[in-house]
Design a protein around this ligand. Sequence first.
Ligand code: NAD
Length: 329
Amino acid sequence: MKIAVFSTKSYDQDYFEIYAKDTNFSFSYFETDLNSDTVSLTKGFDAVCIFVNDNANDEVITALSENGVQLIALRCAGFNNVDIKTAKNHNIKVVRVPAYSPEAVAEHAVALILTLNRKTHKAYNRVREGNFSLKNLIGFNLSGKTVGVIGTGTIGATFCKIMNGFGCKVIAFDIQKSDALIALGVEYKSLDDVFKQSDILSLHCPLNDATKHIIDNDSIAIMKDGVMIINTSRGALIDTVAAIKGLSDKKIGYLGIDVYEQEENLFFEDLSERIIQDDLILRLNSFPNVLVTSHQAFFTREAMIEITTTTLKNIEAYKNDKKLENEVT
Ligand code: NAD
């Protein structure tokens, strides 16, 4: 089988080269993302392997079908960037890696919380410059604080357990409650109550029509003053303009994001020598209480191994006409 791998970085290729060496798949690696301008590259391939910021919309999928592609193998859990309906209409199967390492993402959310709160990033720079002052480095105890979790699936549940370990009161909203989390002491509440009662709010739901801009002017207005908002899920869960207003008004006390609404033009690339044209990210970066990471929450060795091996199993199952355990329908 010939597979075109899009949005490839050297680390993706390294892991595929190690784990695919005993398969007879033929991989071609493209640094570019898959979109309507690059879909012509897929001529003659049986499958495409894509990541979070590739765009498999209606137009791209129609072109993939014309080019003979029969399988879209996502190297991620979220599939909001694939038009599943159009894929089905063209008889293109879509497979994903549903849970490669919930710990990787949940632990990164905690890293954002601890960094914003205890300001270790600022302390690191200060001390290296010989500045041992504690001025403005004051944080707060996590123990006893109320942490609101929106989406208590695989990653959200792992996050709830970690925050429970910190001695936080964990409250949550999900369209499906987890008995295991209730047994752990997590209290499910209405979405508005989670917004109203949380000192720290962490987003772990998928991006869909119901969750797009779940954080907007209205939801920010009912939050506690000085709330900390953490997003390691998908950028468009937050209305960036509303978040900037919330930060300017000092309503939002801290914002930690690993994902950003317009990240596809920025994230994963070294743009340090370019003039960045995205004024919203520049404004976000101007706040001292904002921490942006470049969609790295998944990026642990364990997760990379799981992503690679599950992707290979998904492709192998398709090739051998076996049941597609990780099919998105
Ligand atoms: P999951 O499917 O296991 O859990 C998602 C949960 O959200 C489910 O419990 C579901 O019921 C709930 N949900 C669905 N609609 C909801 C709504 N309207 N309101 C509240 N809850 C709702 O997914 P997961 O593996 O835990 O991943 C969560 C998200 O994390 C993914 O969708 C993906 O976008 C993101 N993610 C980010 C990274 C990263 O590197 N930053 C890596 C992996 C996944």
